[in-house]
Design a binder for this molecule. Structure first.
Ligand SMILES: O=C(O)C(=O)C[C@]1(C(=O)O)C=C[C@@H](O)C=C1
Length: 360
Protein backbone atom coordinates (compact mmCIF):
# COMPACT_ATOMS: atom_id res chain seq x y z
CA UNK A 1 0.00 0.00 0.00
CA UNK A 2 1.41 3.44 -0.89
CA UNK A 3 2.16 5.81 1.99
CA UNK A 4 -0.33 8.34 0.66
CA UNK A 5 -3.18 5.81 0.42
CA UNK A 6 -2.53 4.65 3.98
CA UNK A 7 -2.45 8.25 5.19
CA UNK A 8 -5.80 9.04 3.49
CA UNK A 9 -7.42 5.90 4.91
CA UNK A 10 -6.17 6.82 8.39
CA UNK A 11 -7.73 10.26 7.92
CA UNK A 12 -11.03 8.66 6.82
CA UNK A 13 -10.97 6.40 9.91
CA UNK A 14 -10.49 9.45 12.16
CA UNK A 15 -13.33 11.35 10.40
CA UNK A 16 -15.64 8.29 10.60
CA UNK A 17 -15.09 8.14 14.36
CA UNK A 18 -16.15 11.80 14.61
CA UNK A 19 -19.15 11.28 12.28
CA UNK A 20 -20.25 8.28 14.37
CA UNK A 21 -20.00 10.22 17.63
CA UNK A 22 -21.93 13.15 16.12
CA UNK A 23 -24.65 10.95 14.62
CA UNK A 24 -25.10 9.26 18.00
CA UNK A 25 -25.30 12.65 19.73
CA UNK A 26 -28.00 13.58 17.19
CA UNK A 27 -29.82 10.30 17.78
CA UNK A 28 -29.91 10.95 21.55
CA UNK A 29 -31.50 14.36 20.95
CA UNK A 30 -34.09 12.85 18.60
CA UNK A 31 -34.94 10.23 21.24
CA UNK A 32 -35.44 13.03 23.81
CA UNK A 33 -37.63 14.97 21.35
CA UNK A 34 -39.73 11.81 21.01
CA UNK A 35 -40.56 11.99 24.74
CA UNK A 36 -41.67 15.63 24.35
CA UNK A 37 -44.27 14.89 21.65
CA UNK A 38 -47.41 14.97 23.73
CA UNK A 39 -49.71 14.07 20.84
CA UNK A 40 -47.66 10.93 20.13
CA UNK A 41 -47.20 11.89 16.44
CA UNK A 42 -43.54 11.01 15.90
CA UNK A 43 -43.20 11.51 12.15
CA UNK A 44 -42.93 15.21 11.23
CA UNK A 45 -42.51 15.41 7.44
CA UNK A 46 -42.39 19.23 7.52
CA UNK A 47 -39.37 19.19 9.85
CA UNK A 48 -37.60 16.48 7.81
CA UNK A 49 -38.17 18.51 4.62
CA UNK A 50 -36.79 21.65 6.32
CA UNK A 51 -33.67 19.79 7.54
CA UNK A 52 -32.90 18.43 4.05
CA UNK A 53 -33.63 21.71 2.23
CA UNK A 54 -31.37 23.65 4.63
CA UNK A 55 -28.51 21.15 4.24
CA UNK A 56 -28.89 21.12 0.44
CA UNK A 57 -28.70 24.93 0.45
CA UNK A 58 -25.59 24.92 2.70
CA UNK A 59 -23.89 22.08 0.80
CA UNK A 60 -20.48 23.08 -0.66
CA UNK A 61 -19.93 19.74 -2.49
CA UNK A 62 -18.45 17.59 -3.87
CA UNK A 63 -21.56 15.64 -2.79
CA UNK A 64 -24.60 16.34 -5.01
CA UNK A 65 -27.86 17.73 -3.55
CA UNK A 66 -29.39 14.28 -4.12
CA UNK A 67 -26.55 12.59 -2.21
CA UNK A 68 -27.06 15.04 0.69
CA UNK A 69 -30.75 14.15 0.67
CA UNK A 70 -30.03 10.39 0.61
CA UNK A 71 -27.56 10.59 3.49
CA UNK A 72 -29.72 12.73 5.76
CA UNK A 73 -32.89 10.82 5.00
CA UNK A 74 -31.03 7.70 6.21
CA UNK A 75 -29.78 9.53 9.31
CA UNK A 76 -33.27 10.85 10.17
CA UNK A 77 -34.91 7.51 9.43
CA UNK A 78 -32.64 5.81 11.97
CA UNK A 79 -33.03 8.62 14.53
CA UNK A 80 -36.81 8.44 14.09
CA UNK A 81 -36.76 4.67 14.61
CA UNK A 82 -35.37 5.31 18.13
CA UNK A 83 -38.49 7.36 18.86
CA UNK A 84 -40.83 4.79 17.26
CA UNK A 85 -40.55 2.29 14.45
CA UNK A 86 -43.23 3.33 11.93
CA UNK A 87 -45.18 0.80 9.89
CA UNK A 88 -45.73 1.71 6.23
CA UNK A 89 -48.29 0.07 3.94
CA UNK A 90 -47.72 -0.14 0.17
CA UNK A 91 -48.70 -2.22 -2.84
CA UNK A 92 -46.58 -5.39 -2.82
CA UNK A 93 -44.98 -7.78 -3.11
CA UNK A 94 -41.52 -6.46 -2.11
CA UNK A 95 -39.80 -5.02 -5.16
CA UNK A 96 -42.59 -2.71 -6.42
CA UNK A 97 -41.91 0.92 -7.27
CA UNK A 98 -44.31 1.72 -4.40
CA UNK A 99 -41.86 0.02 -2.03
CA UNK A 100 -39.04 2.12 -3.51
CA UNK A 101 -41.12 5.28 -3.02
CA UNK A 102 -41.80 4.26 0.61
CA UNK A 103 -38.07 3.73 1.13
CA UNK A 104 -37.30 7.12 -0.39
CA UNK A 105 -39.74 8.85 1.95
CA UNK A 106 -39.18 6.91 5.18
CA UNK A 107 -35.73 5.25 4.78
CA UNK A 108 -34.88 1.79 6.10
CA UNK A 109 -35.89 2.53 9.71
CA UNK A 110 -39.47 1.33 9.17
CA UNK A 111 -41.58 -1.81 9.17
CA UNK A 112 -43.11 -2.81 5.81
CA UNK A 113 -46.81 -3.73 5.60
CA UNK A 114 -47.16 -5.37 2.19
CA UNK A 115 -50.66 -5.05 0.63
CA UNK A 116 -52.14 -6.82 -2.38
CA UNK A 117 -54.03 -3.79 -3.78
CA UNK A 118 -54.17 0.00 -3.54
CA UNK A 119 -57.57 -0.46 -1.89
CA UNK A 120 -55.96 -2.55 0.83
CA UNK A 121 -53.32 0.16 1.45
CA UNK A 122 -56.12 2.65 2.23
CA UNK A 123 -58.03 0.16 4.42
CA UNK A 124 -54.90 -0.88 6.33
CA UNK A 125 -54.04 2.72 7.27
CA UNK A 126 -57.68 3.62 7.95
CA UNK A 127 -57.93 0.66 10.34
CA UNK A 128 -54.74 1.75 12.16
CA UNK A 129 -52.93 -1.44 11.08
CA UNK A 130 -50.18 0.71 9.57
CA UNK A 131 -49.09 4.23 10.53
CA UNK A 132 -48.80 5.50 6.94
CA UNK A 133 -49.49 4.37 3.37
CA UNK A 134 -47.80 5.12 0.04
CA UNK A 135 -49.88 4.98 -3.18
CA UNK A 136 -49.16 5.92 -6.83
CA UNK A 137 -51.29 8.84 -8.03
CA UNK A 138 -50.00 9.79 -11.49
CA UNK A 139 -47.45 8.87 -14.11
CA UNK A 140 -45.85 11.24 -16.59
CA UNK A 141 -46.63 8.89 -19.51
CA UNK A 142 -49.91 7.27 -18.49
CA UNK A 143 -51.60 10.04 -16.47
CA UNK A 144 -53.73 9.62 -13.35
CA UNK A 145 -54.11 6.43 -11.33
CA UNK A 146 -57.92 6.47 -11.24
CA UNK A 147 -58.39 4.04 -8.37
CA UNK A 148 -56.22 6.20 -6.06
CA UNK A 149 -58.24 9.32 -6.91
CA UNK A 150 -61.55 7.50 -6.33
CA UNK A 151 -60.37 6.17 -2.97
CA UNK A 152 -59.06 9.60 -1.89
CA UNK A 153 -62.51 11.07 -2.46
CA UNK A 154 -64.10 8.70 0.05
CA UNK A 155 -61.28 8.22 2.57
CA UNK A 156 -60.92 10.04 5.91
CA UNK A 157 -57.11 9.87 5.50
CA UNK A 158 -55.04 12.96 4.77
CA UNK A 159 -52.36 13.43 2.16
CA UNK A 160 -49.23 14.16 4.21
CA UNK A 161 -46.50 13.92 1.57
CA UNK A 162 -45.57 13.36 -2.06
CA UNK A 163 -42.70 11.42 -3.58
CA UNK A 164 -41.62 11.67 -7.21
CA UNK A 165 -39.61 8.80 -8.63
CA UNK A 166 -38.00 8.32 -12.04
CA UNK A 167 -39.21 4.87 -13.15
CA UNK A 168 -36.83 2.81 -15.30
CA UNK A 169 -38.25 -0.53 -16.34
CA UNK A 170 -36.29 -3.72 -17.00
CA UNK A 171 -37.31 -6.90 -18.82
CA UNK A 172 -36.66 -9.79 -16.41
CA UNK A 173 -36.60 -13.49 -17.17
CA UNK A 174 -34.88 -16.76 -16.36
CA UNK A 175 -34.01 -16.98 -20.09
CA UNK A 176 -30.78 -15.51 -21.45
CA UNK A 177 -32.07 -14.62 -24.89
CA UNK A 178 -34.78 -12.14 -25.90
CA UNK A 179 -35.83 -14.27 -28.91
CA UNK A 180 -37.05 -17.04 -26.57
CA UNK A 181 -39.64 -14.86 -24.81
CA UNK A 182 -43.25 -15.82 -25.59
CA UNK A 183 -45.18 -13.92 -22.84
CA UNK A 184 -44.69 -10.65 -20.97
CA UNK A 185 -46.37 -10.00 -17.62
CA UNK A 186 -46.58 -6.68 -15.79
CA UNK A 187 -48.91 -4.08 -14.31
CA UNK A 188 -51.15 -2.57 -17.02
CA UNK A 189 -49.49 0.86 -16.58
CA UNK A 190 -46.00 -0.60 -17.01
CA UNK A 191 -47.06 -2.51 -20.15
CA UNK A 192 -48.39 0.77 -21.60
CA UNK A 193 -45.25 2.67 -20.62
CA UNK A 194 -43.17 0.16 -22.63
CA UNK A 195 -45.53 -0.62 -25.51
CA UNK A 196 -43.36 0.87 -28.29
CA UNK A 197 -40.35 -1.06 -27.06
CA UNK A 198 -42.45 -4.26 -26.90
CA UNK A 199 -43.81 -3.67 -30.42
CA UNK A 200 -40.29 -3.29 -31.73
CA UNK A 201 -38.47 -6.05 -29.81
CA UNK A 202 -41.17 -8.61 -28.92
CA UNK A 203 -43.94 -8.09 -31.50
CA UNK A 204 -45.16 -11.70 -31.33
CA UNK A 205 -45.21 -12.18 -27.55
CA UNK A 206 -48.50 -12.08 -25.61
CA UNK A 207 -48.87 -9.35 -22.97
CA UNK A 208 -50.77 -9.92 -19.75
CA UNK A 209 -51.60 -7.46 -16.98
CA UNK A 210 -51.23 -8.51 -13.32
CA UNK A 211 -51.66 -6.65 -9.99
CA UNK A 212 -48.14 -5.19 -9.81
CA UNK A 213 -44.86 -5.43 -11.69
CA UNK A 214 -43.11 -7.06 -8.72
CA UNK A 215 -45.95 -9.63 -8.65
CA UNK A 216 -45.13 -10.33 -12.33
CA UNK A 217 -41.48 -10.94 -11.39
CA UNK A 218 -42.58 -13.16 -8.49
CA UNK A 219 -44.81 -15.18 -10.88
CA UNK A 220 -41.89 -15.80 -13.26
CA UNK A 221 -39.80 -16.91 -10.27
CA UNK A 222 -42.53 -19.37 -9.21
CA UNK A 223 -42.97 -20.70 -12.78
CA UNK A 224 -39.21 -21.24 -13.11
CA UNK A 225 -39.25 -23.31 -9.91
CA UNK A 226 -42.30 -25.43 -10.90
CA UNK A 227 -42.09 -26.02 -14.65
CA UNK A 228 -39.70 -23.59 -16.34
CA UNK A 229 -41.01 -20.71 -18.45
CA UNK A 230 -40.37 -18.61 -21.52
CA UNK A 231 -42.23 -15.71 -19.97
CA UNK A 232 -40.69 -12.39 -18.87
CA UNK A 233 -41.75 -9.62 -16.49
CA UNK A 234 -41.44 -5.85 -16.77
CA UNK A 235 -40.28 -4.69 -13.35
CA UNK A 236 -37.45 -2.94 -11.52
CA UNK A 237 -33.81 -3.96 -11.18
CA UNK A 238 -34.51 -4.45 -7.47
CA UNK A 239 -37.21 -7.03 -8.36
CA UNK A 240 -34.61 -8.89 -10.49
CA UNK A 241 -32.43 -9.24 -7.40
CA UNK A 242 -35.31 -10.20 -5.11
CA UNK A 243 -36.68 -12.86 -7.47
CA UNK A 244 -33.38 -14.09 -8.87
CA UNK A 245 -34.02 -13.21 -12.55
CA UNK A 246 -31.77 -12.00 -15.39
CA UNK A 247 -32.08 -8.45 -16.67
CA UNK A 248 -32.57 -9.07 -20.41
CA UNK A 249 -32.96 -5.37 -21.24
CA UNK A 250 -33.04 -2.17 -19.20
CA UNK A 251 -34.51 1.31 -19.59
CA UNK A 252 -37.21 -0.12 -21.86
CA UNK A 253 -39.73 2.64 -21.02
CA UNK A 254 -40.75 4.60 -24.13
CA UNK A 255 -40.09 7.93 -22.41
CA UNK A 256 -36.68 8.12 -20.67
CA UNK A 257 -38.10 10.81 -18.34
CA UNK A 258 -40.87 8.42 -17.21
CA UNK A 259 -41.72 9.51 -13.64
CA UNK A 260 -44.35 8.39 -11.15
CA UNK A 261 -45.70 10.56 -8.38
CA UNK A 262 -46.79 8.88 -5.16
CA UNK A 263 -48.82 10.25 -2.25
CA UNK A 264 -48.16 9.52 1.41
CA UNK A 265 -51.32 8.99 3.46
CA UNK A 266 -51.74 9.37 7.20
CA UNK A 267 -54.26 10.09 9.91
CA UNK A 268 -52.83 13.46 11.06
CA UNK A 269 -52.29 16.78 9.28
CA UNK A 270 -48.84 18.31 8.75
CA UNK A 271 -47.65 21.79 9.83
CA UNK A 272 -46.29 24.18 7.15
CA UNK A 273 -42.69 23.54 6.02
CA UNK A 274 -42.24 26.78 4.07
CA UNK A 275 -42.64 25.16 0.63
CA UNK A 276 -45.86 23.16 0.53
CA UNK A 277 -48.68 21.96 -1.65
CA UNK A 278 -52.36 21.43 -0.89
CA UNK A 279 -54.50 18.81 -2.63
CA UNK A 280 -58.27 19.26 -2.94
CA UNK A 281 -61.22 17.68 -4.62
CA UNK A 282 -64.23 19.73 -5.66
CA UNK A 283 -67.20 19.81 -7.94
CA UNK A 284 -69.09 22.59 -9.68
CA UNK A 285 -72.85 23.14 -9.97
CA UNK A 286 -74.25 21.90 -13.28
CA UNK A 287 -74.56 25.28 -15.10
CA UNK A 288 -72.65 27.11 -17.85
CA UNK A 289 -69.39 28.71 -16.75
CA UNK A 290 -69.45 26.99 -13.35
CA UNK A 291 -65.99 25.42 -13.67
CA UNK A 292 -64.44 28.73 -14.67
CA UNK A 293 -66.13 30.39 -11.69
CA UNK A 294 -64.85 27.64 -9.41
CA UNK A 295 -61.22 28.26 -10.40
CA UNK A 296 -61.43 32.07 -10.27
CA UNK A 297 -60.62 32.42 -6.51
CA UNK A 298 -57.17 30.87 -7.12
CA UNK A 299 -56.13 33.55 -9.60
CA UNK A 300 -57.79 36.31 -7.52
CA UNK A 301 -55.74 35.35 -4.45
CA UNK A 302 -52.51 34.64 -6.37
CA UNK A 303 -52.53 30.89 -5.67
CA UNK A 304 -50.82 28.77 -8.37
CA UNK A 305 -52.42 25.56 -9.50
CA UNK A 306 -49.99 22.71 -10.25
CA UNK A 307 -52.54 20.10 -11.30
CA UNK A 308 -56.15 19.80 -12.47
CA UNK A 309 -57.62 16.38 -13.12
CA UNK A 310 -61.26 15.52 -13.74
CA UNK A 311 -62.91 12.19 -12.82
CA UNK A 312 -66.48 10.96 -13.22
CA UNK A 313 -68.28 11.63 -9.93
CA UNK A 314 -69.86 8.14 -9.98
CA UNK A 315 -73.08 9.70 -8.71
CA UNK A 316 -74.79 11.27 -11.72
CA UNK A 317 -74.10 10.51 -15.35
CA UNK A 318 -71.65 13.07 -16.89
CA UNK A 319 -71.04 14.71 -13.53
CA UNK A 320 -67.40 15.27 -12.69
CA UNK A 321 -65.23 15.95 -9.67
CA UNK A 322 -61.96 17.90 -10.03
CA UNK A 323 -58.75 16.96 -8.27
CA UNK A 324 -56.66 20.09 -7.86
CA UNK A 325 -53.18 20.66 -6.43
CA UNK A 326 -52.20 24.19 -5.45
CA UNK A 327 -49.00 25.73 -4.15
CA UNK A 328 -49.03 26.70 -0.47
CA UNK A 329 -50.29 25.31 2.84
CA UNK A 330 -53.93 25.54 3.93
CA UNK A 331 -52.76 27.57 6.97
CA UNK A 332 -51.33 30.32 4.70
CA UNK A 333 -53.62 33.37 4.43
CA UNK A 334 -53.80 33.44 0.59
CA UNK A 335 -54.73 29.74 0.45
CA UNK A 336 -57.26 30.22 3.26
CA UNK A 337 -58.88 33.13 1.41
CA UNK A 338 -59.09 31.15 -1.86
CA UNK A 339 -60.58 28.13 -0.04
CA UNK A 340 -63.16 30.31 1.70
CA UNK A 341 -64.29 31.81 -1.63
CA UNK A 342 -64.38 28.35 -3.18
CA UNK A 343 -66.51 26.92 -0.39
CA UNK A 344 -69.27 29.38 -1.36
CA UNK A 345 -69.28 28.21 -4.99
CA UNK A 346 -68.49 24.49 -5.01
CA UNK A 347 -71.13 21.80 -4.55
CA UNK A 348 -68.39 19.68 -2.99
CA UNK A 349 -65.09 20.81 -1.48
CA UNK A 350 -62.80 18.48 0.39
CA UNK A 351 -59.25 19.42 1.38
CA UNK A 352 -57.23 16.22 1.07
CA UNK A 353 -54.21 17.64 2.90
CA UNK A 354 -51.26 20.05 2.89
CA UNK A 355 -47.74 18.63 2.73
CA UNK A 356 -44.13 19.53 1.86
CA UNK A 357 -43.36 19.71 -1.88
CA UNK A 358 -41.30 16.68 -2.95
CA UNK A 359 -37.52 16.95 -2.55
CA UNK A 360 -35.15 15.36 -5.09
O1 LIG B 1 -37.59 17.13 15.16
C1 LIG B 1 -38.26 16.14 15.47
O2 LIG B 1 -39.49 16.22 15.70
C2 LIG B 1 -37.64 14.82 15.58
O3 LIG B 1 -38.26 13.89 16.05
C3 LIG B 1 -36.27 14.60 15.02
C4 LIG B 1 -36.31 14.10 13.59
C5 LIG B 1 -34.83 14.11 13.10
O4 LIG B 1 -34.19 13.05 13.15
O5 LIG B 1 -34.36 15.19 12.76
C6 LIG B 1 -36.87 12.71 13.54
C7 LIG B 1 -38.18 12.47 13.25
C8 LIG B 1 -39.11 13.50 12.78
O6 LIG B 1 -39.89 13.05 11.71
C9 LIG B 1 -38.43 14.77 12.44
C10 LIG B 1 -37.13 15.00 12.74
Amino acid sequence: MSDLLKQFRDEIDAIDAQVLALVNARAKLAREIGHLKEDGVIYRPEREAQVIRRLQAENQGPLSPEAVSNIFRAVMSNCRALEKELSIAFLGPLGTYSEEAALKQFGEGRQAVVCSSIDEVFRTVEAGQADYGVVPVENSTEGAVGITLDLLLASPLQVIGEVTMPVHHCLLSAQQDLSQITHVFSHAQSLSQCHEWLNRHLPASAREAVTSNARAAQMIHELVASQGTFAAAIASRRAAELFDLHVLAENIEDDPKNTTRFLVLGAHGVAPSGKDKTSLVMSAPNKPGAVLELLEPFSRHGVSMTKLESRPSRQNLWNYVFFVDIEGHQQEPTVQAALKALAGRATLLKVLGSYPTAIL
